[in-house]
Design a protein around this ligand. Structure first.
Ligand code: MG
Length: 390
């Protein structure tokens, strides 16, 4: 068997890719910084930010104190960047932009995963609500305080566009009023983000579907037998067992790892092929034409159906597992109590948050920036109680 020749590296950008030389620029204009292009520069700013370092102690499904081996938002973001870059290079998209968006996409997440986001949204109901995508943009636009000339990281339009993955109509209208033609404009116009942003969205889903299976089995909340009912997983597990029958009775998780490895590779390969087909069919002239087309980065319909089925399984078997529900309910209560404590006594927060003009928003910003363990410590300091009794 001959191996296909590897493409040139770096591969030239496709006409529909986001060319860093044609960026829509930054809110505060800055001179270029060669040899780095503008999206490499965004990536570097993100990696050096405070919010990025905190991702190591923030979780998605499991709470950080439950074990050291579970995914955190940092390792999740690295996995999203890895999957996204692999596909971006094959599709001749802008790999630097994909990496920047992937590393920043979860910066606005609260401690305690989805439970924390729901709790903060509830606390902020009377004050404009709380959305983690919007918060990620807020972190890079306003909350990072590292530069003398501006608030935030002053990232390029394309990176900010990718970070604002979802946005309610109400928030979009508010953002567009403050910044016409900004990253929220597309929610008003009903257009798509860049192909690089579309790719990160799908890489995000591929990453968490795979690592939630891995963490679910590791935690004992999911069994391999349960996973046999999920075709996307079961078909690759069978292929591995056909090749390595001895794995069936072995301790350890080689069978799981090899199954997940093949499942991920198959999804990336499918995405590349389906996306090539869609690009060929629509042939957008440039990156802006791709924004006006339907979503072009996609899986084949058959694989998309299997992924949807896997996500339905994870929802009921893992995210709604009684043990997960119980832990997240405790975390939720802790965040609500923390919010009330800071509202009653803003001076319990650092001075820059305590003196902010919008009190409720400042409390939400402060809590959203916390790691799981810091939130638990603060909760104990202010209420005298330990959430998990440890
Ligand atoms: Mg994510």
């Amino acid at each position: 068997m001959t191996t296909p020749a590897l493409p040139a590296y770096p591969a030239p950008l496709a006409p529909w890719a986001s060319d860093p030389r044609r960026t829509r620029g930054r809110r505060v204009p800055e001179p270029p910084a060669p040899p780095r292009n503008e999206h490499q520069r965004d990536r570097d700013r993100i990696v050096h930010s405070t919010a990025f370092r905190r991702l190591v102690y923030k979780t998605q499904v499991f709470i950080n104190h439950e074990g050291d081996l579970f995914r955190t938002r940092l390792t999740h973001s690295l996995e999203v960047a890895q999957l996204g870059r692999s596909a971006a290079r094959a599709l001749q998209l802008n790999e630097d932009l994909v990496e920047a968006i992937a590393l920043a996409h979860d910066l606005g997440h609260t401690p305690f995963g989805h439970a924390g986001q729901d709790a903060l949204h509830e606390c902020m109901r009377e004050h404009g609500g709380f959305e983690h995508n919007l918060q990620s943009l807020r972190v890079v636009d306003e909350l990072e305080a590292r530069y003398p000339a501006f608030d935030g990281l002053n990232l390029s339009f394309e990176t900010r566009e990718g970070i604002l993955k979802h946005c309610s109509a109400r928030n979009a209208a508010r953002l567009v009023q403050a910044e016409p033609e900004g990253p929220a404009q597309r929610f008003v116009d009903g257009t798509q983000p860049s192909l690089e942003a579309q790719l990160v969205n799908l890489a995000d889903a591929m990453a968490y579907n795979a690592h939630d299976i891995d963490d679910g089995v590791r935690s004992g909340l999911l069994s391999m037998a349960q996973l046999d009912t999920v075709p996307l997983f079961a078909q690759w597990k069978q292929q591995v067992l056909d090749e390595y029958p001895a794995l069936a009775g072995q301790p350890g998780r080689r069978l799981l790892f090899e199954t997940l490895r093949r499942m991920l590779s198959a999804q990336v390969a499918d995405l590349i092929e389906a996306t090539r087909g869609a690009l060929h069919e629509h042939g957008p002239a440039d990156a802006d034409a791709a924004r006006r087309a339907p979503p072009l980065v996609r899986f084949s319909p058959a694989l998309q159906a299997q992924i949807t089925e896997l996500q339905r399984f994870l929802f009921s078997a893992l995210y709604r597992h009684p043990q997960v529900v119980q832990t997240t309910a405790l975390a939720r209560t802790a965040l609500v109590e923390l919010f009330k404590a800071y509202r009653a006594d803003p001076a319990a927060m650092p001075a820059d948050f305590a003196s902010a003009p919008d009190g409720a928003r400042a409390v939400a910003d402060y809590i959203a920036g916390m790691t799981d363990r810091y939130a638990l410590r603060e909760h104990h300091r202010l209420t005298g109680r330990r959430v998990f009794g440890d």
